[in-house]
Design a protein around this ligand. Structure first.
Ligand SMILES: *Cc1c(COP(=O)(O)O)cnc(C)c1O
Length: 406
């Protein structure tokens, strides 16, 4: 059986149309990188672009760089991301800040646009920053949070949302891909339910962007945020993105009114007047230096295509499930992610009490998975940088260590 699995890994790599993209990443002194869902790997082109940017654009153009093009980057990169990965027509996405800050801006704008409604619906298993930001907004605005208890092995279901929303709900907030289980929420159906109650919807796309195709416009999403350092390989602390549907851009006002979101930033005038359109989501000077890698990453995504990325992602996670069933189930390791490909995001969570102790020996063996309390190891093979052989080797070493530390 083990020979058969190895042969499968080899055959899958041979048939993989995205295999050549692996060569584009900087080599790393590791055996198996299984944490693409937490921090994507850098491209060779990114190292070159950063160096060129510092020397030629920053060093050469100096302050003129702003009017050469930097001022447009938050919007042009947003449009490109929308086109390549998020299903959003131009003029609805900005790149800026961090996910946390953009989440605050959008959620505050949304609840203020539904005056008189006192409820926000969210789930207990959402990423901590989402829960914390909404707790803060609820305290600021005197709102009540209605918590849906998400099934930790799957996620939120439309029926739960239908039970939770009513005419007092201002906003619902969920993640498209659950950060723990990898569950893919039914975005269009949940939007339909929320809209029927008159609420706005805000989706966190951190674990989808660059991994699972998103159709923001078609799915009727009102607002969305996400980061660019996971499957988009933007680098540690790379800026986030925010989507605000066209129809809402005149009526929603975000609370951090800085000069860069002003109608005429360089007039330095008295009183804040928001810029027209999506630019109003900006606050201060955009992190241009941290946006440099995104150019290389979006070029790569344009070449590879998000649908091909998703196809390989499902093959990778499917292979993880097969290896786990064969090698890890006998060691009492449970799969805590959906088996149905239609409901599975880009990673698989494996669970066993005491998994924390495996992290160090695994790192020493050159295998880098992701650990999530209390007992989950997340296996997140990024499709553009990970081979099937690498997944095989990583899980083989995981099996060996899991057998030793029982
Ligand atoms: C990674 C992640 C974040 C991170 O937010 P930052 O502000 O970038 O730290 C937020 N939400 C989800 C669902 C995530 O997976």
């Amino acid at each position: 059986m083990t020979d058969e699995l190895l042969a499968r890994a080899v055959a899958l790599d041979e048939a993989d149309p995205l295999a050549p993209f692996r060569e584009r990443f900087l080599p790393a002194p590791i055996v198996s990188y299984l944490d693409g869902n937490s921090l994507g790997r850098p491209l060779k082109a990114t190292a070159e672009l950063m160096d060129d940017f510092v020397r030629d654009q920053w060093g050469g153009r100096l302050i003129r760089g702003w009017t050469d093009g930097w001022l447009e980057w938050p919007l042009t990169l947003g449009d490109r991301l929308g086109e390549l990965a998020l299903g959003a027509a131009a003029g609805q996405i900005v790149v800026a800040d961090s996910t946390t800050v953009l989440l605050y801006k959008l959620a505050r704008a949304a609840v203020d646009a539904r005056p008189g409604r006192r409820k926000v619906v969210l789930d207990t298993d959402n990423f901590p920053t989402d829960r914390y930001v909404l707790e803060g907004i609820a305290a600021e605005r005197g709102l009540t949070l209605t918590w849906i208890t998400a099934d930790p092995d799957t996620g939120i279901h439309p029926e739960q949302v239908a039970d939770a929303v009513d005419e007092d709900t201002a906003l619902v907030l969920f993640s498209h891909v659950a950060y723990r289980s990898g569950w893919l929420a039914d975005v269009p159906e949940i939007n339909r339910i929320a809209h029927e109650a008159g609420a706005l919807t805000l989706w966190d796309l951190c674990h989808s962007a660059g991994s699972v195709p998103v159709r923001l416009d078609d799915w009727g999403v009102d607002l969305a945020v996400g980061c660019s350092y996971k499957y988009l390989n933007g680098g540690p602390g790379a800026p986030a993105f925010a989507y605000l549907r066209h129809e809402l851009q005149d009526s929603l006002r975000q609370p951090i009114q800085g000069w860069m979101g002003h109608r005429a930033a360089f007039e330095m005038g008295h009183g804040h007047e928001p810029a027209p359109g999506i630019r109003a989501l900006l606050s201060g000077t955009p992190p241009i230096l941290a946006m440099v890698p995104m150019h290389a990453n979006l070029d790569m995504l344009a070449e590879a295509g998000i649908e091909a990325v998703r196809t390989k992602s499902l093959l990778l996670t499917g292979f993880v499930l097969d290896l786990a069933d064969e090698w890890l189930a006998p060691l009492d390791v449970e799969v805590a992610s959906p088996r149905d490909p239609a409901r599975r995001g880009g990673h698989v969570t494996l669970r066993r009490p005491g998994f924390e102790q495996l992290l160090e020996p695994l790192w020493e063996s050159g295998v880098i998975p992701d650990y999530r309390r209390p007992d989950g190891l997340r296996i997140g093979p990024a499709p553009l940088s990970t081979s099937f052989a690498e997944v095989y080797q990583g899980l083989e070493l995981l099996r060996d260590h899991a057998g030793k530390h029982r």
